[in-house]
Design a protein. Structure first.
Length: 169
């Protein structure tokens, strides 16, 4: 009987010593949770910033598409009006165009402020900086009645905005 006890003890000891080890899942550390939450918040902020830039590009390109025809009509009416009295409708159209240029400048000012003040967007601010000043230049050109040149200036702003989108992951 003693001969059987020794092998059984060895067998039991070996199976407990070399058997499968049970592992328990430890809860993720608070640092890992915080890092994941921070990464998610940063991604959401970048996504929101990229969406805002994309919306500005869409609005500006639509405006520029329409500006070409409107500016030509305004110029034609101005040439015809030189021999007579200016058209009140044409003056109203000019005022609306000037207002639109001002609205774009204000929107780009706000966009630059958002990028400058949002830590997740600050790395992209350097590409965006100057967009509002370009829109301000276009606004001044429109105020002087140079709508075609103002449109060309806004095309440069659209290019800058596109560069921002390319830089964003």
């Amino acid at each position: 009987m003693k001969k059987l006890i020794v092998p059984i003890c060895i067998l039991l000891l070996s199976t407990t010593a070399f058997g499968q080890r049970r592992t328990t899942k430890r809860p993720a550390s608070s640092a890992a949770k915080t890092s994941a939450a921070t990464d998610a918040a940063a991604a959401a902020a970048r996504n929101k910033g990229a969406t805002t830039v994309a919306n500005q590009i869409k609005n500006l390109t639509t405006f520029l598409y329409l500006l070409g025809g409107v500016a030509k009509n305004i110029e034609a009416i101005d040439v015809a009006a030189k021999s007579g009295q200016p058209s009140p409708t044409n003056e109203k159209n000019k005022a609306q165009l000037r207002s639109s240029f001002g609205d774009f400048r204000a929107g780009l000012d706000q966009l630059e402020t958002d990028f400058r003040n949002t830590p997740e967007l600050q790395p992209y601010y350097t590409k965006l900086a100057g967009s509002a000043s370009g829109a301000a230049t276009a606004e001044a050109q429109a105020a002087a009645g140079h709508f075609d040149q103002a449109g060309r200036t806004l095309m440069g702003v659209v290019g800058r905005l596109a560069d921002v989108l390319v830089a964003m992951p």
